[in-house]
Ligand binder design. Sequence first.
Ligand SMILES: [Zn+2]
Ligand SMILES: [Zn+2]
Length: 291
Amino acid sequence: MAELTDTTVKTSPQIYVVGVAFILFHIAALGVFYTGVSTPALIVLAVSYFVRGFGITAGYHRLLAHRSFQTSRFVQFLFAFAGCQAFQGGPLWWVAHHRSHHRHTETHEDIHSPRTKGLWQSHMGWMMHNEAFNEKGANTRDLHKFPEIKFLQRYYVWVILGEIPAFYGLGVLLNMLFPEAGTSGLQILVCGFFLCTVLLWHATFMVNSVCHMWGSRGYETEDTSTNNLFVAAVALGEGWHNNHHQYPLSSRHGLHWYQIDLTWYLLRTLKFFGLVSNLKLPKEFRPAGEN
Ligand SMILES: [Zn+2]
Ligand SMILES: [Zn+2]
């Protein structure tokens, strides 16, 4: 009798953690119907959204993944720290997958391509597959020279866990300072942490799903990436994804004045204050006189 070979692929325990977290966070976000909202809660939600969002777009994506501008180690750390708060994985994991997406766009190795894997998997289902955690990170070696980035990769979960008492405590404090505003620790925790995380998840995930399905194409790239105004608005400029596939090293994704790109506006502002430099642009979009 032939010996049976065990070809079962061991399921990564992280898949279950991600799946449970997705479900729990969506339920907790719906808690807003129980806690209600208040002016402080809306302000905290907005600030939290922009800080964590820019951590992903300017930090994880345009700085760490594409090195599309330069900054100090300290500012780089702050960007990465803000990105960690968004609960989208540690910086090295995020960068490894994103670089892989650019390298293997819409081939079988692109684990979040809606063309080859379907809309659900491209949006968030891919994080519940083994491949999402098999990435060896060989394409992030250039970032290994930064021990602080490796530290964040290792301990980013503690950053997220630390946010829970921080947001709750902030709510208690705001309620003490402005009792007439009608906020609470639970309300700030739900709005600033859970609801914000879920909204930002879907904004980011839409770049992988929607921006490879629906929108306009200014460039005939070899993939099916699109420019999508709605995604650009909610994902702080990342929805100009066809531009981005055409010019992946550009720090500016909304290449025309009418293409709103909040991350680019932030980078220009930070450049004005001397905090970032060498904002890379495609040759044809550089101001006259710059090479
Ligand atoms: Zn893409
Ligand atoms: Zn990219």
